[in-house]
Design a protein around this ligand. Sequence first.
Ligand SMILES: CCc1cc2c(cc1OS(N)(=O)=O)CC[C@@H]1[C@@H]2CC[C@]2(C)[C@@H](O)CC[C@@H]12
Ligand SMILES: [Zn+2]
Length: 261
Amino acid sequence: TGHHWGYGKEDGPSAWHRQYPVAKGNRQSPIDIIPNEARRDSTLGPIFLKYDQCRSLNIANNGHSVVVEFDDSDDRSVVLGGPLDNPYRLKQFHFHWGGKGCEGSEHTVAGVGYASELHVVHWNAVKYKTYNDAAAAPDGLAVLGIFLELGDDHRWLHMITDALYMVKFKGSATDFKGFNPKCLLPSSLHYWTYLGSLTTPPLHESVTWIVLKEPIVVSEKQLGMFRMLQFNGEEEDQRMRMENNFRPPQNLKERIVRSSN
Ligand SMILES: CCc1cc2c(cc1OS(N)(=O)=O)CC[C@@H]1[C@@H]2CC[C@]2(C)[C@@H](O)CC[C@@H]12
Ligand SMILES: [Zn+2]
């Protein structure tokens, strides 16, 4: 059904605007964050992540990334505070990464990228009935962006990388219970925040981005496991390794980035 988007030469980020004109909009993501130009805002309080009652459901390969989904049928796990006017419900998390030894994050900091970026996705269930409605609304989503830099093994990431062989191909999914994303957070919750968008089509301008300043550390071996995933389905002839699934920084336009204290 229609031409599908991807991260290749013909169907990648530079071509998305043809089918999704909002790609050239006024609040697109990701962006290059310039710390010296971010506005320290004393009205910006800390964020709180209430994940203790979270219930992970499954891990899946959607042909663009690997996603862990949560039970979002009540307010059991939410993010609140910071730039947010009300609690936003935890929905899923997924990653973006590069090729071996290359950058792979979506946001960059003063022009420098990280090896990977984790997106922890929440939606405004106070104002919107469904996730899909929220995902199309200007204040519908709150996404926590966490940078991954290369170093020693991450002590908990193996819980995810051990499951990746089960979701090698697009369209595959498997049970993934009892995982709490709290174990993927850095020690500091200091952040930058700005109004942006989904970083993949349909590129809806519906995301309040909260990008943590402190990266987490994972090993090249662990990150390399993500590259065993494939963009293609099991039945497709063309085998395409899942890597470089990131959109480059977009124009800041009339936006400012605020910094927590
Ligand atoms: C924020 C995480 C997220 C949500 C969605 C996408 C991509 C996303 O990752 S990202 N990197 O944060 O932008 C692309 C598909 C989108 C989905 C939000 C809900 C939809 C818009 C559906 O209604 C139809 C297509 C869906
Ligand atoms: Zn993402």
